[in-house]
Design a protein around this ligand. Structure first.
Ligand SMILES: [Zn+2]
Length: 478
C-alpha cells in the first residue's frame, strides 16, 4: 500500500458573528471520484451523535483514502450538532424521521437533502454506519449476546428488493460478513446478518434511513459495530466492512495508514488541524492546550477556516471560539482582533543556521534555534519570548528554553507561534516546532494541502442555540 501523508483539507467554512443566531452546523458531502469509472458507494456516518465509531470511520475515508476506480460519496457528519453535543439527537432521533417529518421540524432540511443524495441516480448502494449495543446473535446466548442486540451486524430490512442491481441484499450482507470475519480481534466479535423484516410490521424500523432507501429501490444496509469497544476499535471494524463493500462493488482504493487498531487510532488523532484566512494562521490543535489566547483574528469579518477533517468545527461561545474534533473538545480560542496586512505572505527564517523562506501557515521543525531575518517595516512577535527593551524579535537567535512554555500551542510545550505585524496590522503566522521528530513525518507544508469540495461554505452555530439533551437513550437500536 502506497502511503500518502498529505492532509486533505476538506471544506472551506465561513461563519459570521453574533448576528447569525439560529444557524446550525450542516453536514458535508465529500465525493471521492476516480478517473476510472465504476460503481458509486454512498457512506453515511453520524446519523446519531453518540456513535463515534461510525462518524470517525466515515471521516477517515474522506481524509485518508484515495479512490483509484469508481466513486465513494461520504457524508461523515449527518447529525453534526449532535456529534458536538455528544448526544443521540439534539432534536430527537434523526433516524426516525424518514417516513414522515413536519416542515417545522428543525431537521426538515437535513432530511430533504440527504434523501436527495441517496436517491441520486449515480448512487448504487447506501451504507448507514452505527455503533450499537452488545453483540447481535441470531439466538439468545446471554443478555449482551442476543437477538435484541445490534453490535457486529450487517442489517437488512428484507432479503431482496426490486432494484436493477445489488437488489439481493441478503446475499450481499452474507458475503460481507464472511469477508469481515477474517479480521476479528476475537471470536466474540463475529459479525452476523440481522434481518429486521421491517416491511412485516416493524413500525420503528419503517421510519429509518435504510427503509426509506429500499422503498425507493435503492440498495441500503445498516452497519453496526459494538459499543463495547473504544472508538478506534469501532472505526477499525467499520473500515473493514467498508473495504469489503468497496471490494464487492469493484471500487479500488489506497489507504494512508495500516488497517490495525493502532493505525486507525493514529489516523484519527492526526485529524485536528485548522487554517484560517487563506493560511495566514495555521493551528495544529491535535494536542492543543485547553485555551489559546490572543489569536489574531480578522476585525469586522467572518471567520473563514479550512479544517483537516470534516469533523472539525469552530463554535462561537461568548468571547471565545470552541474547537471540536468530532465529539472531542480540543481547544478554545480567545481572539484578539486585528486588521490584516496582505503585503507579504512569507518570512525568511534561519533554522539551525540554514536560511529559508517560509510561507505563512506553515510549521517549521527546529532542532536547536531559529532566527527570523529582519525585514524593514515588519515587526516579529514570538509568543512567549521576551527580551527587555525589544519590541521587534526578528534578528534574535531563539532556542526552546528562551520561550515560556505556557505559551506553547500544544500541551507538551513544543510548538510556538511566530507572528508578523506591519505597524498595527497582522501580516501572518508561522509555527515553530521543537518536537525532535523527523520533519518528513510532519505536516510542515500546508501549501501542499489538497482541497476537496471547497465550494461548501457554511455557518457555525452559536453555542447557546441548541440545548444539550443528555437523556440516556443509548439502549435504543440503530
Ligand atoms: Zn445508531
Amino acid at each position: 500500500m502506497k502511503r500518502f501523508l498529505t492532509i486533505l483539507f476538506g471544506c472551506l467554512f465561513v461563519f459570521a458573528g453574533p448576528a447569525m443566531a439560529n444557524r446550525h452546523i450542516d453536514f458535508s458531502l465529500h465525493k471521492l471520484e476516480a478517473d476510472r469509472p465504476g460503481n458509486t458507494l454512498l457512506v453515511i456516518g453520524g446519523i446519531q451523535g453518540d456513535e463515534p465509531g461510525g462518524f470517525n470511520a466515515a471521516s477517515l475515508l474522506v481524509t485518508h483514502y484515495k479512490i483509484k476506480k469508481g466513486n465513494v460519496w461520504i457524508v461523515p457528519n449527518l447529525n453534526f450538532i449532535s456529534i458536538i453535543k455528544r448526544t443521540r439527537g439534539v432534536y430527537g432521533d434523526l433516524n426516525r424521521k424518514f417516513a414522515t417529518i413536519g416542515n417545522s421540524d428543525p431537521e426538515f432540511d437535513t432530511i430533504s437533502r440527504i434523501k436527495a443524495i441517496m436517491l441520486d441516480d449515480q448512487v448504487d448502494l447506501v451504507l448507514n454506519l452505527h455503533d450499537g449495543s452488545g453483540f447481535y446473535r441470531p439466538t439468545y446466548v446471554d443478555r449482551t449476546h442476543s437477538p435484541n442486540r445490534w453490535g457486529q451486524s450487517i442489517i437488512i430490512d428484507q432479503k431482496q428488493i426490486p432494484a436493477k442491481r445489488f437488489g439481493n441484499l441478503g446475499e450481499i450482507a452474507n458475503q460481507v460478513v464472511a469477508e469481515v470475519n477474517h479480521y476479528l480481534f476475537s471470536e466474540e466479535h463475529t459479525y452476523h446478518v440481522k434481518n429486521t423484516r421491517t416491511g412485516e410490521g416493524d413500525t420503528e424500523m419503517e421510519r429509518t434511513l435504510t427503509y426509506y432507501a429500499i422503498r425507493n429501490r435503492k440498495p441500503a444496509f445498516g452497519v453496526e459495530v459494538s459499543k463495547t469497544f473504544p472508538t478506534h476499535k469501532r472505526a477499525y471494524y467499520h473500515l473493514q466492512v467498508l473495504e469489503a463493500y468497496m471490494d464487492l462493488l469493484g471500487i479500488e482504493y489506497e489507504r494512508a495508514f495500516n488497517l490495525s487498531a493502532r493505525g486507525v487510532n493514529d489516523a484519527i488523532d492526526s485529524g485536528a488541524k485548522l487554517a484560517f484566512y487563506d493560511n495566514k494562521i495555521f493551528l495544529d490543535v491535535t494536542n492543543a492546550r485547553k485555551r489559546l489566547a490572543y489569536i489574531p483574528l480578522k476585525k469586522a469579518s467572518e471567520i473563514v477556516f479550512r479544517p483537516s477533517s470534516p469533523l472539525v468545527a469552530v463554535v462561537e461561545s461568548g468571547e471565545s471560539y470552541r474547537v471540536f474534533h468530532g465529539n472531542r473538545r480540543v481547544t478554545r480560542l480567545y481572539p484578539q482582533y486585528f486588521e490584516y496586512d496582505s503585503s507579504i505572505n512569507a518570512i525568511t527564517i534561519e533554522v539551525d543556521g540554514d536560511e529559508r523562506k517560509v510561507d505563512f501557515g506553515n510549521m517549521v521543525e527546529v532542532a536547536q534555534s531559529f532566527l527570523v531575518v529582519p525585514e524593514k517595516g515588519y515587526r516579529v512577535n514570538v509568543i512567549g519570548f521576551k527580551k527587555p527593551g525589544t519590541r521587534n524579535e526578528s534578528g534574535i537567535a531563539i532556542q526552546k528554553d528562551d520561550i515560556k512554555k505556557r505559551f506553547s500551542v500544544d500541551k507538551k510545550g513544543r510548538i510556538y507561534r511566530v507572528e508578523v505585524y506591519r505597524e498595527k496590522k497582522f501580516s501572518g503566522m508561522v509555527l515553530v516546532s521543537f518536537s525532535g521528530e523527523r520533519e518528513d513525518l510532519r505536516v510542515s507544508d500546508s501549501s501542499t494541502v489538497s482541497l476537496l469540495n471547497v465550494s461548501d461554505l457554511r455557518n457555525g452555530p452559536l453555542e447557546k442555540d441548541s440545548s444539550i439533551n443528555s437523556e440516556d437513550i443509548s439502549h435504543l437500536g440503530r
